[in-house]
Design a protein. Sequence first.
Length: 155
Amino acid sequence: MSILEFLIAINGNAQLWSADNVFLGLLSSNPHDPNSINNLHGIYGSDWGVYSIRNSYGLYGSPYAVYSPYNTYCLNPPVVVYQGQPVLVVTRNPYFQTNGIPVIDPDFLLSVYAQLATSPQMLQSSTPMDRINESARNTMEYINNSTASIASLFH
């Protein structure tokens, strides 16, 4: 199972925790759940939320903060906890030693749940591979459109 498939499968059933044992939100695509990292108005998903990794001035989202996944030198990044076990490390530190736990970029994590929220057909698809293929099509369409836009600047 890929990391993307895993993130889709645990939607609403895993949590993000900081290295100092602070709950940083529920990994959920539900934008109305007060605990969701995808609730852009909540304390776990907004740009100003005290416990949000989106808060670029906060302890858990600043590129300089000791517990932030966006700090490329962070030695204490947050982890995804599923069924009581750490299963993913969320960090941009390319040198972080994880002891075998997979690493994901924080923007990738956030974008997966944002994509699930904006594409209900992904949740209604019959299999995880259908959801993966839909996500891949959306990503390729975005890349192709972006590439075309950039290329047009140079003609």
